[in-house]
Design a protein around this ligand. Structure first.
Ligand SMILES: Cc1cc2nc3c(=O)[nH]c(=O)nc-3n(C[C@H](O)[C@H](O)[C@H](O)COP(=O)(O)OP(=O)(O)OC[C@H]3O[C@@H](n4cnc5c(N)ncnc54)[C@H](O)[C@@H]3O)c2cc1C
Length: 485
């Protein structure tokens, strides 16, 4: 523990952000640089608790009190080593993690939690600027080669671990660029793609092979991969979006959020994509989560006239309710930078039907207010409020109401995968019932978070390594081109 009285002397303070009217003119990150004095003071607030609840609530088990102590003592190299001993990509989580660690920081019981996420970003950015972050060139080669399907954070973390263990790794990605939702879901103003490319370059130098525009199940069969490789991992995410199948759904102007978000990200990357003309348009976002927020930021940057975000559930309280005590994840009202930039939020609203003035394009939605009643078993049910019907005018609707399950195209669907109740690839131990086949990330646990995906990637890599060590049945020579299937 750096300073025993730090938590009493310093208040939580994050670096400032570019003003809204300025940042709306670009798509770049807008959090300004922090001073080293503030970082020092923020790390001093950590109380080095006997039981580190922050560390326990981090899916990666990040050794938070230890790296805070190293920052406080000015030992940046040590902080970097501690941080990266559990987290392959702190430059991602340090920017976009909702930080469950901060939700269970002991200081948060009666004060503001330590700025753990921001400290994490500062440690890794310093390490990059000094040149400490190097490709993980393995000291020995095992001669085993593993195919990873999908290049989101779970696939990347799995590759990063396996390559360090001395295995060869090839990642097959159906998209034209590597990164999964880090590339095409999360907007640039939260995670600039140069940050992702910087990491991918290191992974390439370490020997990871990336093969884009290759959809497994369509361009290559999983059976072929299972024959040719020592292990195959499905890191294909949970990409089937939840739909809102109500009257008028077929009208022009109603889109899944991801169609919009990925088109914007591609345009920022310099691709010629279809122009979305949102200038002076009225935008309706259905869904109150992160994906919905990302639609708001983009719409504001594209000159929308008005943005309304609807959420079917109740407005969360400002502070923890009695049935949501510390150290549980605080179920409180969260306002993101998107909301700061401008959007009207409405809670307890159900969408009944989409309306059109010309029979072709959407011009509004009919909504109704709802209430949520808890029965004696603690189960909530929804009731519509009589006489609460309302029309909201809109030219664009973005459906941001979650994702149901992984996409299983062509021969991928023919694999006898065991699917869970929600369609995810249910496997409690990463190794599927099919020999040599593994699964991790959102494909396994359902729609989740980047930090969980990285944790999944690390665990599946460990599981594969154990499997390969148990099954050394003659080495194959893969020094030839691994694409020659
Ligand atoms: C819009 C949006 C914003 C989000 N914002 C945040 C955030 O701010 N913070 C946070 O922590 N989490 C956020 N999340 C959640 C987070 O991005 C995901 O939980 C995480 O990316 C899941 O990682 P993954 O590797 O399992 O899957 P994905 O990132 O979905 O990657 C799966 C990859 O597999 C590829 N693929 C699929 N099928 C095939 C196939 N048959 N052949 C080859 N390739 C295939 C896909 O193209 C994709 O690249 C967000 C999600 C969305 C949708």
């Amino acid at each position: 523990m750096g300073k025993t009285t730090g938590f009493m002397e310093y208040n939580r303070a994050l670096p400032s952000s570019e003003k809204v009217d300025k940042r709306l003119h670009h798509f770049k990150e807008f959090i300004l640089e922090d001073s080293s004095e503030n970082l020092h003071n923020q790390s001093a607030r950590c109380m080095d608790c006997g039981v580190p609840f922050c560390q326990n609530s981090c899916p990666l088990g990040n050794r938070i009190p230890e790296f805070n102590d190293a920052v406080f003592k000015g030992d940046d190299k040590k902080a970097y080593e501690i941080l990266t001993s559990t987290n392959n990509f702190p430059e991602f989580t340090g920017r976009i993690c909702p930080a469950p660690c901060e939700g269970s920081c002991v200081l948060g019981i009666n004060s503001d939690p330590v700025t753990i996420e921001h400290l994490e970003k500062s440690i890794i950015e310093k390490a990059f600027s000094i040149g400490w972050v190097k490709p993980k060139i393995p000291v020995k080669q095992t001669g085993k080669i593993i195919a990873i399907i999908g290049s989101g954070p779970s696939g990347l973390a799995c590759a990063d671990e396996l390559i360090e263990m001395g295995h060869q790794v090839i990642i097959f990605e159906k998209s034209d660029r590597i990164g999964g939702l880090l590339r095409y879901g999360i907007p640039d103003f939260k995670l600039e793609k140069s940050i992702l490319d910087r990491r991918l370059n290191l992974m390439k130098q370490a020997g990871v092979i990336f093969k884009t525009n290759t959809e497994i199940g369509v361009d290559l069969s999983p059976e072929k991969l299972l024959l040719e490789y020592d292990a195959v991992v499905l890191c294909i995410g949970s990409q089937v979006p939840r739909d809102l199948k109500i009257e008028g759904r077929e009208l022009n102007g109603i889109h899944f959020a991801m169609d919009f978000l990925s088109a914007v990200n591609k345009k920022i990357a310099g691709d010629k994509t279809l122009d979305w003309d949102l200038k002076e348009k009225n935008v309706l976002v259905i869904g109150g989560g992160d994906t919905g927020s990302d639609c708001i930021d983009n719409s504001n940057r594209m000159g929308a006239n008005s943005i309304v975000q609807l959420e079917i559930f109740s407005k969360p309280p400002m502070t923890r309710s009695e049935d949501n005590p510390w150290p549980l994840w605080p179920m409180v009202l969260r306002s993101s930078s998107s909301h700061e930039e401008g959007a009207k939020r409405e809670w307890c609203i159900a969408t009944k039907r989409f309306l059109s003035e010309d029979g072709i394009n959407v011009s509004g939605v009919e909504t109704v207010e709802v209430s949520w009643e808890k029965d004696e078993n603690g189960k909530y049910s929804m009731q519509e409020k009589v006489g609460s019907k309302k029309i909201i005018k809109c030219d664009y609707v973005f459906l941001a109401i979650g994702f149901i399950q992984p996409m299983l195209p062509g021969t991928l669907k023919e694999l006898s995968l065991e699917l869970g109740r929600h369609g995810n690839i249910a496997d409690s131990n990463y190794h599927c019932k099919i020999d040599k086949l593994f699964v991790a990330g959102d494909a396994r646990i359902g729609q989740s978070l980047v930090v969980n995906a990285i944790a999944e990637g690390r665990k599946v890599a460990e599981s594969i390594n154990d499997f390969l060590e148990e099954n050394i049945v003659g080495q194959k020579n893969y020094s030839a081109n691994p694409f020659a299937l």
